[in-house]
Design a protein around this ligand. Structure first.
Ligand code: CA
Length: 229
């Protein structure tokens, strides 16, 4: 079963999401608090995507996201934010979320985002011909979807892995933000380009020697990013 954790304290929104997930063939696991969400994740280690509401009594969705990421880089995380919480989107993404959906959202939009993330988290196995890509200090293992820098493992989320893979497949080539969005999140993704920038920012912190002076992922002003040495 394709399990999705639904963390939302408002019962009517939660049941709206749950009904739509079931209709689309997912198995929702419900939680009305951050504490319960973390328990549910322990109980169901096969949860593949988590929807986390930001505003909650007790520990908030961003803190739940941070705690999940501390031990699990594979799970896909979508934050549910209110329109007015522009900062929460960025904070959530910097803490390891893969995506966010702004309330109010349509069922079609939410399911499209979940479908896209399921594809990215290995729901549909990609067939890779070679096992390793080596470039500069980096070694990408496409079988285990892992990255090493100078022999040391760097923990990546699935989205971060997909971005690095795209870069390593296109060394020295300027990629537009639209290219990256289409390749990594999929053409059916309705999100904003900003999500690319936030993920790149997070990735730089992980892989650059100095994230304020990026040497591997460089900015192509007014266009996008380039991978090179
Ligand atoms: Ca709430």
């Amino acid at each position: 079963m394709k399990k999705v954790l639904v963390l939302e304290d408002e019962a009517n929104i939660r049941s709206f999401v749950v009904i739509n997930l079931r209709r689309s063939g997912y198995e929702p696991i419900e939680a009305d608090s951050g504490e319960l969400a973390l328990e549910q994740l322990q109980r169901h280690p096969d949860i593949r995507v988590a929807l986390l509401d930001v505003m909650l009594p007790g520990i908030d969705g961003i803190e739940v996201c941070r705690r999940i990421r501390a031990s699990n880089s594979r799970i896909g995380i979508i934050m549910l934010t209110a329109k007015s919480q522009e900062m929460d989107k960025v904070t959530g993404l910097m803490n390891g979320a893969d995506d966010y959906v702004t309330k109010p959202f349509s069922p079609a939009e939410l399911i499209a985002r979940i479908d896209a993330l399921f594809r990215r988290t290995g729901g549909e196995q990609e067939i890779e011909d070679s096992g390793e890509i080596k470039q500069g200090p980096f070694k990408l293992n496409t079988r285990n979807r892992t990255l090493e820098k100078n022999g040391e493992r760097i923990r990546l989320t699935q989205i971060e892995y997909s971005i690095i893979k795209l870069f390593m497949d296109n060394p020295g080539k300027a990629l537009s933000r639209e290219d990256i969005l289409n390749e990594v999140w999929g053409r059916d993704y309705f999100g904003e380009l900003k999500i690319v920038d936030v993920n790149i920012r997070r990735l730089r912190i992980k892989i650059e020697d100095d994230a304020t002076m990026p040497a591997y992922i460089t900015t192509v002003w007014g266009y996008g990013y380039k991978w090179g040495f």
